[in-house]
Write a protein that binds this ligand. Structure first.
Ligand code: DOR
Ligand code: ZN
Length: 430
């Protein structure tokens, strides 16, 4: 591993309140020095970051790596290479694999593959219920001992309040959050897109905002009752943002994430029956987007996570109602989010905070992920050109999932290098 000197960039590290012209030296996989004068003596590979932003490596709280079981959609190797290209140095893998990650053996298996093949750090989320069936609790204690950062049946909500209460009591004892996909199954059943005018025009069943709001309200009530930590995935509705804001002011231990696609795309994208725009929760309306942005600004929404959900072309090449939900999101996250910066809706440092310090706080300290560039921190760094324009070409994705509704779109903002634990895991042009 070479020592690195990242020179001439605009350093933005929200955790330490830095936004300015500083150089960084990396040695032994750690941040060794930050300054604007002579670095400590040493033999450095110099990266010229003039005109670019240098920030802590992004942390994705919500990534589907699909291994074991769905290696045709993605593998730990391809998914983490996609992460590196997107500027992410840590991904939290969701457990809806086959077998599902509901016991220690599967956690160990994923860790083992990741150790040999992952380009970036892989943390794991274990299932809430055995086999994600929503019937009985998975092996919380042994999965916690194997290092999971929380528990989720993502893809569906925990179906009964009783099981969720029990899950929260165990999770609270282990100091870990319940990470919930918020969707009332009976309201969403058969739904393909957001319930409203677009669903009507397409002749498809809709998923109402209330499907999300109802579960958010239930989960908050149970978090209040049990004192457990609750993290809410991919929030997509105005109503949910209001409920979370209120719960926070009531002292409930709730955090929430939003995806780049729910922040930038509306339901109209489904009007051409593009199955690549079919995602769960569905793309909603501009009113919802405005509330999500407000939530990021006032802290109701803590973090941005991709919900990277790769599927094969075959999976998606079918009638809209038969296609699986999901967008391959790691490689377009930054460019999508910077649309909000370039049009003046969100400040760049806030977006970086939501991709670094905020998810690090949710994960907690014990995995060595700080989401910051403090001296002594692991050297997880992203370098990106906020003004570089490029055209989304899914054929060039490192991910096996080319399922994006952004194919052919121009995005402004491009990762040029990603460094994970001091290793350069992505460099533009390489
Ligand atoms: O769109 C989605 N795809 N939403 C989810 O909750 C699950 C995910 C998947 O696993 O494909
Ligand atoms: Zn989900």
């Amino acid at each position: 591993m070479k020592n690195l000197l990242i020179h001439n960039g605009r350093l933005i590290d929200p955790a330490s309140g830095i936004d300015g012209q500083f150089d960084i030296a990396v040695a032994g996989g750690k941040i060794a020095w930050i300054g604007d004068n002579q670095p400590p003596a040493g033999d450095y590979e110099v990266i010229d970051a003039a005109g670019q932003v240098v920030a802590p490596g992004f942390i994705d709280l919500h990534t589907h790596l699909r291994q074991p079981g769905f290696e045709n959609k993605e593998t730990i190797a391809t998914g983490t290479r996609a992460a590196a290209r997107g500027g992410f140095t840590t991904v939290c893998a969701m457990p809806n694999t086959s077998p599902a990650v509901d016991n220690r053996t599967v956690v160990d298996y994923v860790n083992c593959v990741a150790f040999g093949e992952a380009a970036v750090r892989v943390l794991q989320i274990g299932c809430v219920s055995k086999g994600r069936k929503g019937e009985s609790l998975a092996e919380f204690g042994e999965m916690a001992a194997a290092g999971v950062i929380g528990f989720s049946d993502d893809g569906s909500s925990v179906p009964t309040s009783r099981l969720l209460k029990q899950a929260m009591e165990y999770a609270a004892g282990l100091g870990l959050p319940i990470i919930e996909h918020c969707e009332d199954a009976s309201l969403a059943d058969g739904g393909q897109v957001n319930e409203g005018i677009v669903a009507t025009r397409l002749g498809l069943a809709g998923i109402p905002n209330a499907a999300e709001d109802a579960i958010v309200a239930r989960d908050i009530a149970l978090a209040k009752l049990t004192g457990a930590r609750l993290h809410l995935c991919h929030i997509s509705t105005r109503g949910a943002v209001d409920l979370i804001r209120q719960a926070k002011s009531d002292g409930v231990k709730v955090t929430a994430e939003v995806t780049p696609h729910h922040l930038t795309l509306t339901e109209e994208l489904c009007l051409g029956y593009d199955t690549n725009a079919k995602v769960n929760p569905p793309l909603r309306t501009q009113t919802d987007i405005d509330a999500l942005i407000e939530g990021l600004l006032d802290g109701a929404i803590d973090a941005i996570a991709t919900d990277h959900a790769p599927h094969t072309a075959n999976d998606k090449c079918c009638e809209f109602a038969l296609a699986p939900f999901g967008i391959s999101g790691l490689e377009t996250a930054l460019g999508s989010l910077l649309r909000l910066v370039h049009c003046g809706k969100l400040p760049l440092p806030l977006i970086i905070e939501k991709l670094t310090a905020a998810p690090a706080r949710i994960i907690g300290k014990k995995h060595g992920v700080t989401g910051s560039l403090g001296v002594g921190d692991p050297a997880d760094i992203v370098i990106f050109d906020p003004d570089a324009e490029w055209t989304v070409d899914p054929g060039k994705f490192a991910s096996r999932g080319r399922n994006t509704p952004l194919a052919g779109e121009r995005l402004k903002g491009k990762v040029t290098a990603t460094i994970c634990r001091g290793n350069t895991v992505y460099r533009e042009g390489n």
